[in-house]
Design a protein around this ligand. Structure first.
Ligand code: ZN
Length: 431
């Protein structure tokens, strides 16, 4: 296994125990850990009550402890054992309640008796506990002490932003959310893979595009971010991706942008077709994450998603079963590699035109391999096919599609042809 695969997984392990929410110290602490990897990542705080389009930044939520004491004195639903035991954004409570009243505040999954569900109540004041069905079935009538040491106060919503400048003002954007407590595929896989991807991007020599990395709480975070930045994004972003659910090994999947045929969509499909031809293709009707905001009418950003097992569509989703065993170094690493290829393809996607009429004489430029092997024959074939379509109207991605070769495999050939001045660049980018 590659070292980087282990490193990516290790970062998931480090972040996993932290209790996160859409606001609060857990989010901040997690972002600080990512800043160790991305020192240029900036932290922003947006005060409670700030208006953002039709929404406003909620009160900040923090929690120290929570549990239930049963009639026979047993501590259950202990927040310190699993932060999923408390409904996220629960108001503070310290009371004795009857068995019947307690039932109204318990959440469990009859069909997954060993799983603790993940439940939130961000915008309605409520309290509650999440419990396995097995444990719930054992509860007897009597008085229960319910204790939640939480705090809702005027504070702020935190998000992270990293701009990695390139030669062009035009941008590629990666957005990911970091607001779930101890959940692995949905959620830690996204920000962790994005962090390693951003690190890799910042080391690309002669980067053509500017890269924007956004680490936010889901939904409210993208709305806050857009309310402050959408004009710049609309002007500059040529491709964008919502990175989530990229940690397991079951499948790859793709969820299109609303327009469906943006550069992001084309590149995502091109890469997946060659890397994992059996990938699962969703429709925009299956959306459920921040692409809802990025692709909304009037915002219209070209944002799609390449995922593994998609949120809402795997049994472990939003339960304690989506843990560090559900994701793997291999699953995370393969997603990282797919997103790297996506970046490579966009960076390579010029429109080139030939400087000579008819076929260039490749032999005198040393572009024909002197030893003929099966592989060298393929290289020549790809090169001739590429040249055959390279007419100053098609983008490199479009040609790669026509000749059915992964664009990244044409990199050496294109670089050589450019170096020999057989091909010249027409303009920066076309979808
Ligand atoms: Zn989720």
């Amino acid at each position: 296994m590659e070292d980087i695969a282990k490193e990516i997984y290790k970062l998931c392990e480090e972040l996993f125990p932290i209790n996160r929410s859409i606001t609060g110290d857990g989010f901040r602490q997690s972002l600080s850990i990512l800043q160790r990897y991305l020192p240029e990542l900036k932290k922003f705080e947006v005060p409670t009550g700030t208006k953002c389009f039709d929404w406003e930044v909620p009160k900040e939520w923090n929690i120290k402890d929570a549990y239930i004491i049963t009639p026979d004195g047993k501590k259950i639903c202990d927040f310190k054992k699993s932060n999923l035991h408390v409904v996220n954004y629960s108001i503070p409570i310290n009371r004795v309640v009857s068995f019947e009243e307690l039932q109204k505040h318990l959440y469990s999954l009859p069909n997954q008796p060993d799983a603790i569900p993940y439940i939130t109540s961000y915008y309605k004041k409520n309290w509650g506990f999440c419990i396995t069905q097995k444990e719930r079935d054992k509860l007897k009538p009597g008085n229960y002490k319910v204790f939640i040491d939480s705090e809702l106060k005027d504070g702020s919503l935190t998000y992270g932003e990293l701009i990695i400048p390139g030669k062009s003002k035009k941008e590629i954007m990666f957005s990911t959310y970091l607001c779930h407590p101890s959940l692995a595929n949905d959620n830690l896989s996204g920000p962790v893979v994005t962090t390693f991807l951003a690190k890799w991007i910042s080391n690309i020599k002669d980067r053509k595009y500017t890269y924007r990395i956004i680490i936010i709480p889901e939904t409210i975070g993208s709305i806050v971010y857009l309310s402050r930045n959408y004009k710049t994004l609309k002007e500059n972003v040529i491709a964008g991706f919502n990175v989530t659910c990229v940690g397991d090994e079951r499948t790859f999947s793709y969820l299109p942008s609303r327009q469906g045929d943006t550069l992001s969509d084309k590149v995502a499909l091109h890469v997946l077709k060659h890397v994992y031809p059996n990938f699962k293709k969703y429709s925009f009707l299956d959306r459920g994450s921040d692409e809802r905001q990025y692709c909304s009418p009037g915002i219209d950003l070209p944002v799609c998603s390449v995922m593994r097992s998609k949120y809402g569509d795997y049994p472990e989703y939003h339960t304690s079963l989506d843990d560090l065993n559900f994701i793997s170094p291999k699953g995370l690493f393969e997603s990282y590699e797919v997103y790297k290829k996506i970046v490579e393809c966009i960076e390579m996607n010029d429109i080139l035109y030939p400087t000579v009429l008819c076929e260039p004489q490749l032999g005198k430029r040393g572009l024909y391999p002197t030893i003929s092997t099966k592989n060298s024959k393929n290289i020549v074939k790809d090169m001739m096919n590429f040249l055959a379509y390279c007419d100053g109207s098609l983008s490199n991605l479009e040609i790669a599609e026509k000749i059915n070769v992964p664009l990244w495999k044409l990199k050496d050939i294109i670089d050589k042809l450019k170096k020999e001045n057989i091909l010249k660049e027409k303009k920066l980018n076309k979808g």
